[in-house]
Design a protein around this ligand. Sequence first.
Ligand code: T46
Length: 137
Amino acid sequence: MFNVGLIKFRKIHREEGDLTPIESLRDIPFEIKRVYYIYNVPDGALRGAHAHRRLHEVLVCLHGSMKVDCEFCGQKVTYELNDPTVGLYMGPYVWINMYDFSNDAVCVVFASDYYDESDYIRDYSVFLEESKNMFRL
Ligand code: T46
């Protein structure tokens, strides 16, 4: 799906353990301005339920597992994330729902800009309408 996809990161394996480096504009296709992480998610919690107008993000489930439903231009794909060497890239106008977090899930998100609530679309009907106008659906 255009605007959404998995990125495979390098894994440097040593007897002492593994290491995955992530570099701005090299491993991630934008300049990283913000990093945040999600953890201690209670059973049955639903997160997301929004899209962004301008933000680009890469989400990595560092520990445990979680699912992400992505919708872009009428196409829907579900990703199960459970590998710290795999990132989910999400560009603008991707509606996401995050759920089925395992109790030990820790996910880190690399974002292309600072936090700005006005960049969020939290109303699904507004998302459909703006997507229609933006992409001439
Ligand atoms: C996204 C998905 C993957 C801040 O104050 N600063 C921040 O940088 C962020 C990300 C959030 N917040 C505040 C806004 C809310 O009051 O933290 C609270 C929880 O945020 P939200 O309900 O948007 O969390 P999620 O998990 O639904 O969504 C987050 C990101 O907000 C969003 O950009 O793409 O993770």
